[in-house]
Design a protein around this ligand. Structure first.
Ligand SMILES: Nc1ncnc2c1ncn2[C@@H]1O[C@H](COP(=O)(O)OP(=O)(O)OP(=O)(O)O)[C@@H](O)[C@H]1O
Length: 244
């Protein structure tokens, strides 16, 4: 039997901070998909992701991660996903290996299992040569990559990343993009927000556009083009968000 449980299902998700930030979002992301959420500043993207990852309680609506209801079973749902916030927090007095061991410990991963995983991630993200330096001396990009490694240490199926490429140089951006594409190629799922339209255009199978807390359009780039006057993703985006 084919398991068509979506990686993520949102039903009428709402959050208001005095005024609505997320105003009834329904979303379904398939397993094995790379889905990009776009939207102008303040559209509600980060608020949506924070509710998906259990950091913020919705006013109403439902979040289901790989068929698990987040509100009913938060620990099981969180085990399935990783969240990379746009301003990840690290512990400056730890070295990358210590940080990854620490995060692995929080997930209850045995050290003999955590150690090779950490080494693989540090190699992959080209951080191995800094493995024994304190992270307080790291550049923004190095911190971002280490935070990503920390988010991946428990080998989650669903990766949720808020602006993962902001502040990365070309080489680091390439490493992170390769990692995301490889995750999807292995059957995992990635949901990311980005203001870099070219990233969405090149990586995402589907793109969702959020405006004023609502999902106003969704589809492949070709489908979004059909709904508008066409042109580049930038043209399509600006038309859909009425910024053109
Ligand atoms: N903790 C909070 N308290 C009050 N208002 C908030 C809070 N978090 C978000 N908001 C408001 O909710 C709205 C949506 O914000 P959000 O950060 O989700 O937007 P975004 O789409 O991620 O924007 P950006 O692209 O600028 O990161 C904004 O009007 C913001 O000011």
């Amino acid at each position: 039997m084919i398991d068509d449980t979506p990686a993520l299902q949102l039903r009428s998700l709402r959050k208001s901070f005095g005024r609505p930030a997320v105003d009834g979002i329904d979303l379904r992301v398939r397993r094995g998909e790379l889905y990009a959420l776009l939207g102008p500043n303040g559209a509600g993207k980060t608020t949506t992701l924070r509710m998906v990852t259990g950091l913020l309680a919705p006013d109403s609506g439902q979040v289901e991660v790989l068929g698990i209801d987040l509100a009913a079973n938060p620990a099981a749902a969180k085990q399935k996903m990783a969240y990379l916030p746009d301003d990840p927090m690290l512990y400056g007095k730890l070295k990358p290996t210590e940080y990854l061991e620490f995060v692995a410990g929080l997930w209850g991963i045995a050290p003999e299992e955590a150690e090779p995983r950490a080494r693989r991630l540090l190699d992959w993200l080209d951080l191995a040569k800094h493995a024994h330096e304190l992270t307080e001396g790291f550049s923004r990009g190095m911190k971002q990559k280490l935070a990503l490694a920390g988010a991946l240490i428990h080998e989650p199926e669903l990766l949720i990343l808020d602006e993962p490429l902001t502040g990365l140089d070309a080489a680091a951006a390439r490493q992170v993009k390769d990692l995301l594409v490889s995750h999807v190629a292995k059957g995992g799922t990635v949901i990311l927000t980005t203001h870099i339209l070219e990233v969405a255009e090149r990586l995402a199978q589907r793109i969702g556009i959020i405006r004023q807390g609502r999902l106003i359009a969704e589809g492949t780039l070709a489908e979004l083009r059909e709904r508008t006057l066409g042109g580049s993703l930038e043209d399509v985006f600006l038309q859909l968000t009425e910024q053109a």
